[in-house]
Design a protein around this ligand. Sequence first.
Ligand SMILES: NC(=O)c1ccc[n+]([C@@H]2O[C@H](COP(=O)([O-])OP(=O)(O)OC[C@H]3O[C@@H](n4cnc5c(N)ncnc54)[C@H](OP(=O)(O)O)[C@@H]3O)[C@@H](O)[C@H]2O)c1
Length: 325
Amino acid sequence: MIKIGIIGGAGYTAGELIRVLGNHPEAEIDFVYSTSSAGKPVHEIHHDLYGETDLMFTSEINQNVDLMFLCLGHGKSKAFLENGSISSAVKIIDLSHDFRLAENSQFQDRKFIYGLPEFQKDAISTAGNIANPGCFATAIQLAILPLADAKLLNDDLHVHAITGSTGAGQSLSATTHFSWRNNNVSVYKAFTHQHLLEIGETVTTEQPGFDHAINFVPVRGNFTRGIFSTVYTKTDLSLNQLTELYKSFYDDTVFTHISEQPIHLKQIVNTNKCLLHLEKHGDKVLITSIIDNLVKGASGQAVHNMNLLFGLKENHGLQLKPILY
Ligand SMILES: NC(=O)c1ccc[n+]([C@@H]2O[C@H](COP(=O)([O-])OP(=O)(O)OC[C@H]3O[C@@H](n4cnc5c(N)ncnc54)[C@H](OP(=O)(O)O)[C@@H]3O)[C@@H](O)[C@H]2O)c1
């Protein structure tokens, strides 16, 4: 069994990680560290885990584990590793932005590999530490990776993506308050969202010299989970050629599928899947890409990375079914 520690236990991604790992045949949660909830049962904060686990939040960190997941906010993972003297024998999967970009990927004696399995599975399999991708970044990269890999991104990309409120974490804010969010939709960080940086690094690795704009308009949705994104760009390829390209690129991947039917969010919520759908309109391809922000966009992808790091079957613990109605 892989012995696991979870840091930032009271947050949304930690709760989702505990839920997914609870059904993993080769992983065992050793401790769930929490600054806010030490001493309380885990199910007192993560109510969906009532009856699922007797784990308690703790203020003690056991160094004698194989892997720690850091479920901390921006800047907090770096601070945690700076202050925590975690043994370099312990592998780290970090869910924050702190180590995703190449310029931040070396920290102390740790090298972090960007953990998007569809992009670099082999590098992940031999890594010591993983920087788990952002949720929007996951949905958008999976929408465009086959075109970038074939060096066929030849024009500006236009991206709209709408996210559920859990994407913002468990802290209450003006824009996650029920009265504001319910029955409401709004744009934020248009053209400037921080995930553009990691998307840009992947695209230029796959297609060196790419110098077109990625125009990204993120939208806050009035639902709790999921990301529904559309990307369109000009292409000379026919729909048949595009479908062939995408199917062949994702042929040996476990969680990304090309749907010939139009797709909708309920098909992927609670799963580690990404569904893609392609349409051709005149000289443009429209790619729809959908994921669960907390699973494929965070904790499920983190467990997928763990499976790769430890040489396990990729879908161990991740055979999750959505709820349609
Ligand atoms: N939510 C998503 O859909 C999503 C998707 C992809 C990536 N991510 C990234 O994953 C990380 C965790 O996200 P999340 O949604 O789980 O966040 P969250 O719900 O806000 O939880 C973060 C946890 O960090 C801990 N923490 C420790 N020190 C803290 C401090 N000084 N201030 C605030 N919190 C502190 C808290 O847990 P304790 O009280 O137990 O210590 C808190 O619950 C973030 O970096 C986020 O960007 C999130």
